[in-house]
Design a protein around this ligand. Sequence first.
Ligand code: 4AD
Ligand code: MG
Length: 434
Amino acid sequence: MTEPPSEPIVHVFRPDAIGRDVRVRGWVQKSRSSGGILFLLVRDRTGIAQATARRDALGPDAFDAAEHVQVEGAVRIVGTVADDRRAPGGREIRARSVELIDPGLPFPIFADQTEEYRLDKRHLVIRSAEHVATFRIKAELLRAFREFLDREEVLEMTPPVLSGNAAEGGSEAFRFDYFGRPGFLSQTEQLYLEALLAPHERVYALTPSFRAEKSRTPRHLTEYLHLEVELAWCDLAGLLDFTERMIVHALHAIADRRPEELERLGRPPRELAAIEPPFPRIRYAEAIERLRRAGLPVAWGSDLGSAEERALTLEERRPLFVTHYPRELKAFYMLPSPDDPRTVEAADLLGPEGYGELVGGSCRETDVARLAERIRATGSDVAEYDWYLDLRRHGSVPHAGFGLGVERVLRWALRREHIRETTPFPRTPARLTP
Ligand code: 4AD
Ligand code: MG
């Protein structure tokens, strides 16, 4: 016989639920027993409700068994909804039965444990209210990005993450043995997306990217989710416009659809809802001037590290585009600026308040000879990139694209101290399990 279906816990709080019979199931957040009454806080994906069970309602054996349920034990409860001013949300379930699906062992997570221990127990820690809120917002953020791209007629592609080339710089690529040949985990899908441009014109990919950087900073993961967009017939101005519209759409979407989760994490949704395009833009040369005036030891040609990015954005409330970087600081495929060939048509989008680079984008070189020359100048083997050069031999058109670090954007949007809090199982140089 099939049992009657359980209901989402949130139904307990419907206006007409008082006096109604409900059947719910979930995990125990807290349990306490006093004077022959067992109080349980039960959580499912929709909410948390208090259930009370009296010894005389359950019977002595069932009551004794239920008293032994642990935090995070799993239960099914049948009972009647009643008003109770002392219960969370002003409602409780007066239980007729408490069935133990799994009473659980003592839950090993509690306050004041070390961060190391919490990372070792990450598979259990991610049940916390903070992580639940974070990953609901992350899912909404991804949905919003896809929604925007879909609306803009940008087509989702599925390029590979295993490759024989290391596209963004060989030293930071994870290398592995591919049946006796060197293989690399992808750092970017850009080159594949460029190949898919001629038939589709507007494409994107949402895939993991891998960076073998040993940097232990609050904004680096060795595996992160990379949203990459490539647009034919696009110049730098068009690229910046597209980027900021996409980000604003996503921020407004999470403010609108996940306000409670944002509040729980201490980020008032109205702050995100207030962010509007256009984002401020400055050229690299001007950024260097500002930094010099602020007393930082930089000159034209210096890379902008986290200290410099911080100094530039500490007072900003919106992200800041820095454009026209020196060619030597950037990747081989970037297009030289028509008005100054020492710089490239590139932009990094820096998060406000020192959160650092969120997006890196550029116009791409379209000329086969100049592209081959740049590959050679960076010390790479031109022969390995021959398939990529083919794209400039068969209908090469102006195009541009960007890569966005999903966890970087989320870290800023949620004002998290460390990027690892924005992904369930963070991969860092020190951590490959769980
Ligand atoms: O600036 P990057 O290296 O650019 C590229 O890979 C381009 N080929 C993308 C493209 O144009 N299709 O990386 C893009 C973004 C950065 O702006 C940053 O947000 C994120 O990827 N990122 C990281 N996020 C987390 N951990 C890391 N170690 C990251 N490295 C880059
Ligand atoms: Mg970059």
